[in-house]
Design a protein around this ligand. Structure first.
Ligand SMILES: [Zn+2]
Length: 623
């Protein structure tokens, strides 16, 4: 029997981690039937592997909504099944039960389980190593990162998160074929787990990349329920991102995220209706029975018309993150009706509950506390808080934002290192990475360019040369340390603004090179303009007002890479002359290249020093 409850697409982010190929079979488990304990381990000798796995999976899904005593009983049940399966020798079943045991304990967030978690994780990791399956290894890295992000400080999760990012970036999407479906499903749940970790780390930009990949994988292989779960997680991602941007004082950017959340919610609602009609033959509109969809709509256009529905949805919400989103949405709906006291009441119970516990990275909890401070102030008649306290709060938020940026850069840099290490070995990787920015260095660039133009199967790539405008002023007027900070900020911004397959390398000084595989010039130019806008929009205290001049060319196959660089350089030079902060398309010179990259830099330096010293007509302007 398939329980309609588990087939219903109500999967929260955490249970989305466990979506697997097997339909959930509840038949037989005494715990799920209502008994205080599970009898599955006692019955296991009479069950085959598939039936054992189905029973464990049933308990796994069931316990997510169970009270603590039920969760503990389910844990004992799955442990019993694992002990039995281990007696049968190593198998895919043992691996699957190990995974469930680990995940179940991590999700309980109880430090009492840490020793067991580590032992189980080690056993699971060993099986993955033996299999040599890279996607499985990525899954282990995600579990380790998940463990770290729950039980340690977020920074402790960075190395494993980066490893997972790097491995998954290299794994091709599973295609059709006999084991295609199983691989698709493993990939799908691994990407989902990674998304969850990245959200907890506040790395929304990376979470967005992972989420898009997850969706693409689901669209290529797994079923409509998988697609729905990914879309719902994308809505959660956008909402959490919007709230994070608000905390950082980035209201306009937050507004676009709220719009995106509602748009994706619309897609999810359609998938939801399809899935439900297939399994249950009808029901309420998704906005009334799907927490994520209802919340996204209310957040986009808050108003009292959403309140009754939000209250109904609140009765179904059991995940803390969902309850936070619902409470904030309800508070905003009350506020638009001018009812600040009701808004306070919508937030107060959850706020009190969250104040009692301290999760390691309370990202959404902070959003709730902020919301409470705002509505509570309004309820007291807008009495301003102490200016000292306001200033303190603003300074704290600024510091947290800087921490978030540093974390994003660290993740990019770690993951680039992992990629280089797997391609070229650990020692070589060190020699291929720029220590200041974590970006690939010039040697790594040369190797990549040589590959790109030599590969007979590839499409021509676009190559861009980026030079910062007014960077010399920063170094002169401030300090080299300030200059280094600017370089790191710009590097991080560039890396984030460009696409995952693009290589962003530090070429030297304040010059960067971007290699965009198989990219037509208009597409490359548009991406670079977005990147230049992002750099120009960096706050003055972060990037000291630097902008970038960019020259971009399309590098034909079989061309000498230095010719492509020379072409990009000449175009960049024109961008400088036109005032900087712009992207200029150039051409690749044919015939002999008089100046290689080394000489080129020398010439460039001379030109730049003229520009910076304010030679007539060469002055770089803001825009
Ligand atoms: Zn049972």
């Amino acid at each position: 029997m398939t329980s309609p409850d588990t087939r219903r697409p109500t999967a929260p982010l955490s249970s989305a981690l466990v979506t697997g190929p097997t339909p959930i079979v509840f038949a037989g488990c005494s715990l799920i039937a209502g008994a205080p304990e599970c009898d599955c381990p006692a019955r296991a000798p009479h069950l085959d592997d598939a039936a054992v796995e189905a029973r464990a999976r049933g308990m796994f899904v069931w316990q997510q909504k169970a009270p603590p005593a039920g969760r503990a009983a389910a844990r004992r049940g799955i442990d019993g099944l694992l002990a039995h399966a281990r007696g049968r020798g190593p198998s895919a079943l043992v691996a699957e039960l190990l995974r469930m045991s680990v995940l179940l304990r991590i999700m309980e967030e109880d430090t009492a389980h840490l020793v067991e978690i580590d032992a189980l994780l080690r056993a699971y990791g060993e099986l993955a190593e033996i299999s040599g399956d890279v996607c499985w290894l990525a899954e282990v890295a995600v579990l380790r990162a998940h463990r770290a992000v729950i039980f340690d400080h977020g920074d402790a999760a960075l190395p494993d998160t980066a490893a997972a990012l790097a491995i998954l970036a290299d794994v091709a999407d599973p295609g059709p074929g006999p084991d295609g479906l199983a691989r698709t499903q493993r990939m799908s749940r691994t990407l989902n787990g990674l998304l969850l970790v990245l959200l907890k780390l506040g790395a929304h930009e990376l979470a967005d990349e992972v989420s898009q990949r997850a969706l693409a994988v689901a669209e290529s292989g797994s079923g409509p329920i998988d697609r729905l779960i990914h879309q719902l997680n994308r809505v959660r991602l956008q909402l959490s991102w919007a709230l994070r941007l608000e905390r950082g004082g980035r209201e306009a950017a937050a507004a676009t995220r709220f719009v995106a959340a509602a748009q994706i919610a619309h897609i999810a609602a359609r998938l939801w209706t399809d899935a439900r009609d297939r399994h249950l033959g009808g029901g309420l509109p998704p906005v009334e029975e799907c927490i994520v969809v209802g919340t996204a709509y209310a957040m986009q256009h808050p108003g009292p018309q959403h309140l009754a529905r939000l209250a109904d949805l609140g009765r179904m919400a059991f995940l803390v993150d969902d309850r936070i989103l619902l409470a904030i949405a309800a508070a905003r709906c009350h506020m638009t009706a001018g009812r600040a006291h009701d808004a306070v009441r919508a937030l107060e119970p959850l706020r009190a509950e969250l104040s009692g516990r301290d999760g390691p990275e309370p990202l959404l909890a902070l959003a709730l506390h902020r919301e409470f401070a705002l509505v509570e102030g309004a309820a007291r008649g807008g009495v301003p808080r102490s200016p000292g306290l306001e200033h303190y709060a603003a300074a704290l938020e600024e510091e947290l934002w800087a921490l978030r940026e540093a974390r994003l850069l660290a993740l990019r840099s770690h993951s680039e290192h992992h990629r280089l290490a797997r391609e070229h070995g650990a020692v070589a990787a060190q020699a291929l990475q720029d220590p200041l920015t974590g970006l690939p260095n010039r040697r790594a660039l040369d190797m990549r360019l040589a590959e790109e133009v030599a590969s007979p199967t590839s499409q021509p790539c676009a190559v861009a040369l980026v030079d910062l405008d007014r960077f010399k002023d920063v170094n002169d007027a401030r300090s080299h340390a300030a200059g280094d900070r600017v370089l790191r900020a710009v590097a991080s911004c560039l890396r984030t603004a460009l696409r995952a397959p693009d290589m962003v390398a530090r070429y030297g000084g304040d010059e960067f090179v971007v290699v965009m595989p198989a990219t037509a010039l208009p597409v490359a130019r548009a991406a670079l303009v977005r990147a230049a806008d992002a750099v120009a929009a960096l706050p003055e205290d972060v990037a000291a007002g630097v902008t970038m001049s960019v020259g971009v060319v399309r590098a034909p196959l079989d061309v000498d890479p230095s010719a492509a660089l020379a072409g990009a350089d000449a175009a960049m030079y024109r961008a400088k002359h036109q005032g900087g902060n712009r992207v200029v398309i150039g051409t690749v010179p044919t015939g002999d290249i008089p100046a290689g990259p080394v000489e080129r830099t020398g010439r460039l330096r001379r030109v730049m020093s003229q520009v910076h010293s304010g030679a007539p007509g060469h002055r770089t302007a803001g825009r």
